[in-house]
Design a protein around this ligand. Structure first.
Ligand code: PAF
Length: 289
């Protein structure tokens, strides 16, 4: 049976002494979240039947634009029904006071020092959305503090976020294992995201050049192109569709920093389609410098 709780007190009694695996979300659930739940359930099955806990909290600190925050979809009834159908054990839907009301488990100064030291936080998403990652890590550190999970699931779609959350966990919250969940894609290869819901059919069909462009980059890497060649292959596809405006296309390493070596890497990109910002990425293996 799925339990929906709001306060920290009710969360603590729902969790009791069980071990737990956390899926942090901002709601507006879609099939991408379902794949996070499946990973969490697989973890739980191998870890003494840990409880699968999903948090649903639209975190104001990670929005730069107040309009974006205002129009962010909130529908707890639909979200709870989906999470229940997928087999989540505990849904925690806290208020802002439940999350941020007490003493911060990790100070803003420590989080900022971690981000500044990373070199990753101010590029790509961080350059487009100043303050975004400080807001994300603030929420994640409070969620970890309240839920005290053994493991937490994060999607590879938000690769830069995943890298920074891993950094948070390894330096400041060492008892949480971060589980990276591969990107869930629709039949056109589009990475599932709540933002796709803002595009009409015309916008969606324009956006479908994004997986095509990433596939061109993957193929270029397979054919022996270096990072510059891979980027050129991706941009070549995107430039042929002026309705999709790339914000950045980069080839990065495991730390999400521009790569200048052979080996495992990832193409990351952000693009605007009809006023909707879409991000995506694909892993590659670079054979040439
Ligand atoms: O990826 C998200 O949905 C959010 O950034 C997260 C991790 C729930 C923090 O608010």
């Amino acid at each position: 049976m799925t339990r929906l709780v709001h306060t920290r007190g009710d969360l603590a009694s729902a969790l009791a002494n069980n071990s737990r695996v956390l899926i942090p979300t901002m709601g507006a659930l879609h099939l991408g979240h379902k794949s996070l739940v499946e990973s969490a359930k697989a973890y739980a099955a191998n870890h003494d039947g840990a409880l699968v806990v999903m948090s649903i909290f639209v975190n104001p600190l990670q929005f730069q634009d107040s309009h974006d925050l205002e129009v962010y979809p909130r529908d707890l009834v639909t979200d709870s029904a989906l999470a229940t159908e997928w087999g989540v054990d505990v849904i925690w839907a806290p208020s802002e006071a439940d999350i941020y009301g007490g003493d911060a488990p990790v100070s803003q100064e420590r989080l900022q020092t971690l981000l500044t030291g990373s070199q990753t936080a101010d590029i790509l998403e961080g350059a487009s959305r100043p303050g975004h990652f400080l807001g994300v890590l603030t929420a994640v550190s409070c969620l970890f503090d309240a839920v005290r999970p053994q493991a937490a699931c994060f999607g590879e779609k938000d690769f830069q976020q995943l890298v920074l959350v891993r950094m948070l966990a390894s330096s400041l919250v060492p008892n949480v294992e971060i589980l990276a969940v591969p990107t869930s894609r629709d039949e056109w290869g589009m990475a599932r995201s709540s933002r796709l819901g803002r595009l009409d059919e015309g916008g969606l069909s324009k956006a479908r050049v994004i997986p095509t462009a990433l596939a061109a980059g993957v193929e270029a890497a397979r054919d022996g192109s270096n990072a510059a060649g891979v980027k050129a292959a991706v941009l070549g596809e995107l430039d042929a569709k002026p309705a999709v405006r790339p914000e950045y296309v980069e080839v990065v390493d495991d730390a999400c920093l521009p790569i200048n070596a052979v080996g495992p890497a990832r193409i990351v990109l952000a693009a605007q389609v009809d006023g909707v910002r879409i991000i995506d990425n694909q892993p590659i293996d670079l054979k040439a410098i």
